[in-house]
Structure formats: structure tokens, C-alpha cells
Design a protein around this ligand. Structure first.
Ligand SMILES: Nc1ncnc2c1ncn2[C@@H]1O[C@H](COP(=O)(O)OP(=O)(O)O)[C@@H](O)[C@H]1O
Ligand SMILES: [Mg+2]
Length: 335
């Protein structure tokens, strides 16, 4: 088969969304359609033939694959009809159809969508991640971590449910915030020790054993509108006009001592391998006061919009957008 001429089917998720209870948290889902078009253009520039279908259910995936008979699926199904666990089902559906598809497999996506499971796995391999506790509705509020802590929904990404109020310093506010997560997000809350240190994003390309670790990016929070709590909130990630967005500036490549950089890259790569991320991923890390890089978040299939951190980091490594997309496709043919 001539790979350059291969027929690639781009599948991307959308949701019949505005009925969702939290329409203001739809930014990632709105973005994905635009990203799909950008990737389609890049793939055609490289010489692939491209079809594109938006996906609401796993049945849509099956129908599209049967209809277009692609050699490879570019999988941008981040959810199914707004439900985050649909990401796993989408990859499983492609797996069951014996399709080659970009990015990580269902078991990796499933673990990564559960921050508690991810951290247990990392800690079991000796990879630093902040101490934590998961609380279901009805559990007591004993957490035994000390303060400050950060309270997050267990099964979301894209900073959904994360604001300056997520970081709490006392029992009363903690209890209130945990209830807020249970009620609004309908899922357990994860409470983690708050790491008050520099934040780095580490983009990695390739399959386990054959990876390229991209230049580090640091989130520069010097102009963040809060001197105490400086985190990547939902507003900071998605709302360009707000002060939190303007005060969270990625610097890539990061300005950092080479020995610290090496330490961070090693921990990130260990996390990538431990979760079995394939093709591309981004690991978020905070540097503790003890000098250890703590893994905050493992993102298989992170955003690859032209403005995303992963694209910025690959560009700092000399990759054009086409080269990055082509690398992701190559990884899929090789796995
Ligand atoms: N334990 C922590 N200590 C300090 N900051 C944290 C911690 N956990 C999360 N954050 C902040 O919150 C942001 C979003 O949290 P993260 O777990 O990455 O959620 P998501 O999966 O939605 O991206 C991080 O980028 C970081 O700024
Ligand atoms: Mg994150």
C-alpha cells in the first residue's frame, strides 16, 4: 500500500449539546470540529485522501467505517454526545472492527479518564504524584491530607470544574466544595495536596519505546489575577478575554536548568509509558518544594489544534503542523 495515498477517515465527536446542563463548559467540544477540518487540510496537503464524519454514538462510528472503508481512522472522538466515557467506547468500537486508528487505545483512555486510577498506577511504579483521596457522595469528609488541597471532579478533563475556588484551606470550605462537585458534576470528587510550584507541560510523540520528548512548556502565571492560587482554571484555558487566560502564558521552550529539565522529562516519559499512551500525549507536571516533579495529569489524545500546547511544543522542536500530523499517522501504521 502506498501510505501517502491511503484513505483516512477523520471521526470527530460533537454533542447535541446545548441541552446539556452546563452549556458554558462546551468549549472543548466546540473546538473539535474546527480541529478536524484543520487536520483534514493537513492530511490532504501531505497527499492522503480524506473523508470526515461527525459522531454522536458508537453506531455512527460503525456506519462511517463500513461506508468509507478507510485504511486508517484519525480518531478525534473525545466524548460521545457530551459524555466523557464515550471516548473509551469510541476507541473500543474501532478496536472491535479491527481498524487502525490514531492515538491511544481504550484501556489507556479509560484509566486516564479516572484521575484516581491514574494516580494509583503512577504511584505503584514509583512515579511522584500528589497524595490524594477520592470521595463519593455519602462518604465522610475525613481526608487526612493537611491544607491546602485542590478539589476536582474525578472524571473530567479540559479543566472542567476547576476554578480558583477549587483550592481550599479549611474544613468548612472543603466540605462545601466536595458537595459542589458531587451535585453539579454527578461524580466523585478527588482531593489532592496542592503543589505550590512551577507548572510544566511535556508533549511526547511516538509509541512506547520509541518516543520523542518535545521541548518543555512552562505556564507563566506572573500576571495571574490571584497571587496565591495560580492554576490552569477552566477560564484560563478557554476564555481568551478573561484575566485568568491573559495571566496564564505558556513559555515554550521553558527557561529551566538542564538538570531540572532532564528530571521532569524522565518523569513524564515514565508516566507516558506506564499508561501505555500511543502516538501523542501531554503530561502536566508541577515542581514540588522538595524538588520532585509531581505528575498532575496524563492526557492521551490531547488537543492538537494549531493553538494547542502540543503543537506549540512540536513547533519548538522544528516540526511543521503537517509533519506532526504525519508523525501521528506513521505511529498508527507502525503499531
Ligand atoms: N495537585 C495539584 N496541585 C497544584 N495544582 C494543581 C493540582 N491539580 C491540578 N492543579 C491545577 O489545575 C489544573 C487542572 O488540573 P488537571 O488535573 O490537569 O485537570 P484536567 O484534567 O481538567 O486538565 C492543572 O493544570 C494545575 O494548574
Ligand atoms: Mg490537565
Amino acid at each position: 500500500m502506498n501510505r501517502k495515498k491511503a484513505n483516512i477517515l477523520i471521526l470527530y465527536s460533537y454533542s447535541e449539546s446545548y441541552e446539556k446542563e452546563r452549556p458554558h463548559e462546551m468549549a472543548a467540544e466546540i473546538e473539535v470540529e474546527e480541529v478536524a477540518h484543520g487536520i483534514g487540510e493537513a492530511l490532504m496537503n501531505i497527499g492522503f485522501t480524506v473523508d470526515m464524519v461527525h459522531i454522536l454514538t458508537s453506531h455512527n462510528i460503525k456506519d462511517a467505517v463500513v461506508k468509507f472503508r478507510p485504511e486508517l481512522v484519525f480518531n478525534l472522538c473525545e466524548a460521545l454526545n457530551g459524555v466523557a466515557s464515550g471516548e473509551t467506547l469510541a476507541a473500543q468500537t474501532l478496536e472491535d472492527m479491527d481498524m487502525k486508528y490514531t492515538g491511544s487505545g481504550p484501556s489507556t483512555l479509560k484509566v486516564a479518564l479516572d484521575k484516581g486510577e491514574t494516580k494509583e498506577l503512577l504511584l505503584s511504579k514509583g512515579i511522584p504524584s500528589p497524595p490524594f483521596k477520592v470521595l463519593q457522595e455519602g462518604d465522610g469528609f475525613e481526608i487526612g491530607l493537611g491544607f491546602p488541597v485542590i478539589v476536582k471532579p474525578l472524571n473530567e478533563d479540559g479543566s472542567i470544574g476547576i476554578s480558583r475556588e477549587s483550592v481550599v484551606n479549611d474544613e468548612v470550605t472543603l466540605e462545601r466544595r466536595i458537595k459542589y462537585i458531587h451535585n453539579l458534576y454527578n461524580q466523585p470528587a478527588i482531593i489532592e495536596s496542592y503543589i505550590d510550584g512551577r507548572e510544566f507541560n511535556v508533549g511526547i510523540l511516538g509509541n512506547p519505546g520509541d518516543e520523542v520528548v518535545l521541548p518543555l512548556a512552562e505556564m507563566d502565571f506572573s500576571d495571574f489575577p490571584d497571587e496565591i492560587v495560580q492554576i490552569c482554571t477552566y477560564k484560563a484555558k478557554w476564555f481568551k478575554d478573561c484575566a485568568e487566560y491573559k495571566g496564564s502564558v505558556p513559555i515554550c521552550p521553558a527557561i529551566i536548568l538542564p538538570e531540572v529539565e532532564e528530571k521532569i522529562k524522565k518523569v513524564a516519559l515514565d508516566a507516558y509509558r506506564t499508561l501505555g499512551v500511543r502516538g501523542y500525549g501531554r503530561i502536566d507536571i508541577r515542581l514540588g518544594a522538595d524538588g520532585l516533579p509531581y505528575v498532575i495529569d496524563v492526557n492521551p489524545n490531547p488537543s492538537i489544534s494549531r493553538e494547542s500546547g502540543l503543537v506549540r511544543a512540536s513547533s519548538a522542536a522544528g516540526f511543521t503542523y503537517e509533519r506532526l500530523i504525519s508523525k501521528i499517522v506513521e505511529c498508527t501504521f507502525e503499531k
